[in-house]
Design a binder for this molecule. Sequence first.
Ligand SMILES: Cc1cc2nc3c(=O)[nH]c(=O)nc-3n(C[C@H](O)[C@H](O)[C@H](O)COP(=O)(O)OP(=O)(O)OC[C@H]3O[C@@H](n4cnc5c(N)ncnc54)[C@H](O)[C@@H]3O)c2cc1C
Ligand code: SF4
Length: 269
Amino acid sequence: MELRQASDTTVDGVPIHGGTEVVPLLRAGLLRAETLVDIRGVVSRGVADGRIGAGVPLAEIECDPQVPEVLREACRLAASPQLRNMGSLGGNLLQATRCWYWRLNWPCRLHDGDECFAREGEHREHAIFANDFCASAHPSDVAAALLALDATLTTSRRELPLAGLYRLPTDDDRRTTTLDPGELILDVRYDKPDASVYLKAMERKRWAFPLVGVAAVRRGATTRVALAGVAPIPWLLDGFESAAPLPRNAYKVDVAKALVKRATAAVAG
Ligand SMILES: Cc1cc2nc3c(=O)[nH]c(=O)nc-3n(C[C@H](O)[C@H](O)[C@H](O)COP(=O)(O)OP(=O)(O)OC[C@H]3O[C@@H](n4cnc5c(N)ncnc54)[C@H](O)[C@@H]3O)c2cc1C
Ligand code: SF4
């Protein structure tokens, strides 16, 4: 989701798949579209060994035994059954931030303003890493699982690592993804892991966004760990030294450390 589509900009040709994100944003006036382009007939819905079409609903991924545990569990713990039936893999990767200031259309930095209201205001659920410019916490469990899997995306224009889909917003460029207008995600691919797991801390036991999500994937002696809900983009963990919690979200550091410990123990050979 291109976050700067809010405000006064009307966008021509917005892709829509399940619409679970596009429709609420249109209703809230955060997205103004001249036309919607139904991409359900264009984007693949197949699941094969090591490849998943971007049009596959989360509900199909969570129960397919070919899919690694980390991704199945990330899908199973996301949203509600109804949303998982409608919501596609591609749409999940491009969902917009849940930051309440952004959703209420406050003129914050992701809306091209010059202030991050969350940093000084309510930020209990916000980012603990890379939160200087914008403290939003990336909400996708699925993206964290794919980042830990070191997945590759095929788009209508190129191939790129999952990590390359995302960028931290800056003063010069407020976007949080690198997707060009009109560029579609077609599928994702990954090598099979030896072991993998997804653990999620959330406000309720079901149907809540991740306060912290931890994906761990082991291949041979190497374990790759990625986190959801801790930075403006899905976060590949390289230790906790760079964590910079805000006054009311330091608890996330403790939660993340505990879940990382459990997840790495669970996938240990
Ligand atoms: C109440 C609620 C709770 C949720 N909880 C969670 C949660 O706990 N964890 C979690 O991970 N997610 C959660 N979600 C997100 C949910 O999984 C996504 O809304 C859903 O997967 C989006 O898929 P969609 O097909 O409906 O996307 P759409 O609404 O159709 O599209 C979303 C965005 O992606 C773009 N798009 C869609 N497909 C493509 C494509 N193939 N190529 C390029 N652009 C594309 C659209 O233009 C739009 O910008 C929640 C959503 C809601 C509403
Ligand atoms: S964290 Fe700050 S800049 Fe980012 S979306 Fe929220 S209010 Fe805007």
